[in-house]
Design a protein around this ligand. Structure first.
Ligand SMILES: [Zn+2]
Ligand SMILES: [Zn+2]
Length: 314
């Protein structure tokens, strides 16, 4: 499924099987998760994708020699710069991203740099493993950057929050879920996933929070989350794109509160999270679409109608 130009629908096209370059593996795609970032690419909110593009950066595929690998968003880094040489390859200026700079997994075949692929834990079938690769992995990094917060707020209950909630409960944290006003299905989902309270994002929780992770791409949620924080707390913005953050009184930040973003992932995040997931154990809820219905999957995600994570099956 090919994106010919931004703000256009994906097209079903017959492409040649890609040739792996040096260091790359050829994968037969078994499943590919659909991420909100894919929507930002299609909708033109991320400005410079390769075009035409095969989107998709949560790829589960089999190599020609029979190994199962996962391909995440981080597809390549320079390995030499200040960021790469200090454990922060997620910030590499020259990084290339799967399904953005590089063709991704909305396809029957994909190639990927083997150094950036992950072996996947047994016990997850291909469809259930796919959302671990971004929703899970970048969610895990967001959770790590929330520090040791005991009372954790999650804003936006999509694919990432549904995984992070399970990990956070496993770590003994207390959870508070925030969903769009009137979205009763999402509120119920948040409670099922272990939130002790769930309400609309303009409400204050019954207690102050030690950290909040904002998954929804809505700038208004940043001051809303700050308002819910105890002193010293952190708001972690987990998405790659967000609408503008409205101005807010300094008083909301005062008291050593912090606002920060999470950018991409490192391979270390992937190794840690994929080792942790089966211990929790994280169970992913997936809504499966045939590959040729990628546009329908994206539409449902845009409307907030997917419960858990959407996954394409070639
Ligand atoms: Zn670099
Ligand atoms: Zn993603």
């Amino acid at each position: 499924m090919v994106l010919p130009a931004q703000r256009e629908a994906l097209e079903l096209r017959d492409l040649p099987v890609p040739e792996p370059g040096p260091g790359q593996v050829l994968l037969r795609v078994r499943a590919c998760g659909v991420c909100r970032t894919d929507l930002h690419v299609v909708d033109g909110e991320l400005l410079h994708p390769k075009l035409p593009l095969v989107p998709g950066h949560q790829i589960v595929g089999d190599t020609e020699d029979g190994r199962r690998l996962g391909v995440p968003w981080l597809g390549w880094t320079c390995g030499r710069c200040r960021y790469c040489s200090s454990g922060r390859e997620n910030l590499c200026d020259e990084a290339r991203f799967t399904g953005y700079d590089l063709d991704g997994g909305y396809a029957e075949f994909a190639v990927a740099d083997e150094r950036f692929c992950f072996p996947l834990p047994d016990g997850y079938d291909d469809l259930q493993a796919a959302p671990l690769l971004c929703a899970g992995l970048i969610g895990y990094r967001s959770l790590r950057l929330a520090g040791d917060a005991e009372r954790l707020g999650l804003y936006g209950f999509g694919a990432s929050a549904h995984i992070v909630a399970q990990v956070a409960r496993h770590q003994g944290r207390r959870l508070f879920g925030f969903v769009r006003a009137g979205d009763e299905a999402a509120r119920t989902f948040a409670l099922e996933l272990g939130c002790e309270w769930a309400g609309s994002s303009d409400e204050l929780p019954p207690e102050e929070l030690d950290a909040a992770i904002v998954f929804a791409p809505v700038g208004e949620l940043v001051p809303a989350a700050l308002r819910a924080l105890a002193k010293g707390g952190v708001v972690v913005c987990a998405g790659i794109h967000m609408s503008d953050i409205p101005s807010f009184p300094y008083e909301l930040l005062w008291g050593e509160r912090v606002v920060r973003s999470v950018a991409n992932l490192t391979r270390r995040d992937g190794e840690e999270f994929l080792a942790l997931a089966p211990q929790v154990p994280v169970r992913t809820e997936v809504e499966v679409f045939p590959l040729e219905q990628a546009n329908e999957a994206l539409d449902r995600l845009r409307l907030g109608e997917v419960r858990g994570a959407a996954v394409l099956r070639p």
